[in-house]
Design a protein around this ligand. Structure first.
Ligand SMILES: [Zn+2]
Length: 215
């Protein structure tokens, strides 16, 4: 039975992690991975490890490419004026991220809801916004808040709700070694924060089974 840890968004500010970052330096990463293999007592020259530094460098660059994605560019042409003012929900968005404390993956699902204010975003853009923030070194709480605040400001939405459910390899493979723990974090902004019925509707809709399960 999965044990759930529920973490609400607190009022404290999330750490400011913005800043200028150039693209990942693959050469430096490669030589550091070679160093790491040596430090682990491995032989980087043996057959199975020959291409490992190159592979790891490329994998790390891919998994942190979100630093270099521009949200405005991503949303360019994908915001549509509309009179629709009912809640829009995109749920079960798979994501993979890396915890900044151990550089180990955490992964799971993101559920997003918002109340439009005269414009909506193309639905396929929401998973891409999730990826922009997931493909960085992260903590789950900050990932949650960044997705919510980005949608709120770019859409000028009346409200945004984001719930993230994730498994953390740093908890599963080491540390407390809890294999079935799911960490849940949420960020509720605007009407999702001020109106309990809006928040409840969102939480009810994301809890429902998959499309295939429903009648
Ligand atoms: Zn960790």
């Amino acid at each position: 039975m999965a044990k759930q840890v529920v973490r609400r968004r607190s009022q404290r500010q999330v750490e400011d992690v913005e800043g200028n970052r150039g693209p990942a330096d693959l050469d430096v990463l490669q030589s550091l991975v070679t160093e790491m293999l040596l430090a682990l007592g491995e032989k980087p020259g043996r057959n199975g490890l020959l291409k490992t530094p190159e592979r790891v460098a490329k994998a790390l660059a891919f998994m942190t490419q979100g630093y270099h994605r521009d949200i405005d560019q991503l949303l360019n042409g994908a915001l549509f004026p509309i009179e629709y003012d009912e809640m829009v929900i995109v749920k079960d968005i798979d994501f993979f991220s890396m915890c900044e404390h151990h550089l180990l993956p955490f992964y799971g699902r993101v559920h997003v809801g918002y109340l439009p204010n005269k414009k909506v975003v193309g639905l396929s853009k929401i998973p891409r916004i999730v990826d922009v923030f997931a493909r960085r070194l992260q903590v789950q709480e900050r990932l949650t808040v960044q997705i919510a605040e980005t949608l709120k400001s770019k859409l000028n939405a009346h409200g945004v709700g984001v719930v993230v459910e994730a498994r953390h390899l740093c908890m599963m493979m080491r540390g407390v070694e809890k294999q079935n723990t799911i960490a849940v974090s949420s960020a509720m902004l605007g009407a999702f924060r001020s109106q309990p019925q809006t928040r409840q509707e969102f939480l009810k809709l994301i809890r429902r089974g998959s499309v295939a399960d429903s009648d």
